[in-house]
Design a protein around this ligand. Structure first.
Ligand SMILES: [Zn+2]
Length: 248
């Protein structure tokens, strides 16, 4: 018997085995379990305890520096699905700097699994996913935007659209290279703008999720969310694949 068609091709290209240890996976597995075995899944540095309230989209910087700033004012929830360490750090570095675009498939599906659980417990019903933009030059150098790839796979799992609503309006330094919150805030100030073809209609009556790969201080996502909200978009949550442990 010969096999042909897209299903066979997909099995050939993406055989059902664990992305991390190559163990065989069940053919009927769904969601992220199509890409990772339960053993490897149980060893990932999940950050499930993190379901923080994001800080106010206010101009005023917080004055109480004893707490991480987003714990001081209620706003849309911020989810960092993993800690930026171990195999997750390797997957993200491979995705960003090693051309391992396929890493986004596993990370995006895991983000979707966690987010689906969080959304189930809330009244929020997102309609589209917005990737954090890269600057024009950085995107040209890399050839792709890793946040867009994560958004693609996350959105596919959740049955949502991906809308690149925002652009970087200027180059910025990497947030991870800056030491203080003040430096990070000033680094991303005015760094985002609405994409030129975005209409009010694209924003009206819809709920958006903003997606990034690594959360450093949170200021980058916050600043980007501010631009969208100022244009009338309703951002219901900000979700990053990973975040450093110390900032939480
Ligand atoms: Zn495995």
């Amino acid at each position: 018997m010969t096999r042909s068609g897209p299903a066979f091709l997909e099995q050939l290209l993406f055989p059902p085995c664990c992305y991390l240890c190559s163990a065989n996976l069940q053919r009927e597995a769904k969601g992220h379990l199509r890409y990772i075995c339960r053993h490897c899944l149980s060893r990932l540095p999940f950050n499930l305890a993190l379901s923080r309230t994001f800080p106010a989209l206010a101009d005023q910087p917080p004055t109480d520096t004893a707490l991480p700033y987003w714990r001081r004012t209620p706003l849309p929830p911020l989810f960092s699905v993993f800690f930026y360490e171990g195999v997750i750090r390797e997957l993200i570095l491979g995705l960003k700097f090693g051309g391992r675009l396929e890493n986004a498939r596993l990370l995006g599906s895991l983000m979707a699994a966690v987010l689906a659980e969080e959304l189930k417990r809330s009244h929020l019903r997102p309609t589209a996913v917005v990737p954090m933009p890269l600057s024009h030059n950085r995107r040209l150098r890399r050839g792709y935007n890793q946040s867009e790839l994560l958004a693609d796979f996350l959105a596919a799992e959740l049955g949502l659209e991906v809308l690149p609503l925002v652009i970087r309006s200027r180059e910025t330094a990497r947030q991870s290279e800056l030491k203080t919150l003040a430096e990070r805030k000033s680094n991303v100030k005015d760094a985002f703008a609405l994409a030129p073809d975005v209409t009010e209609q694209a924003l009206r009556d819809r709920q958006f999720i903003l997606v990034d790969d690594v959360l450093t201080s949170g200021y980058t996502m916050l600043t980007c969310a501010e631009v969208l909200q100022a244009a009338g978009a309703r951002i219901i949550c900000l979700v990053a694949a990973s975040g450093t442990r110390k900032i939480f």
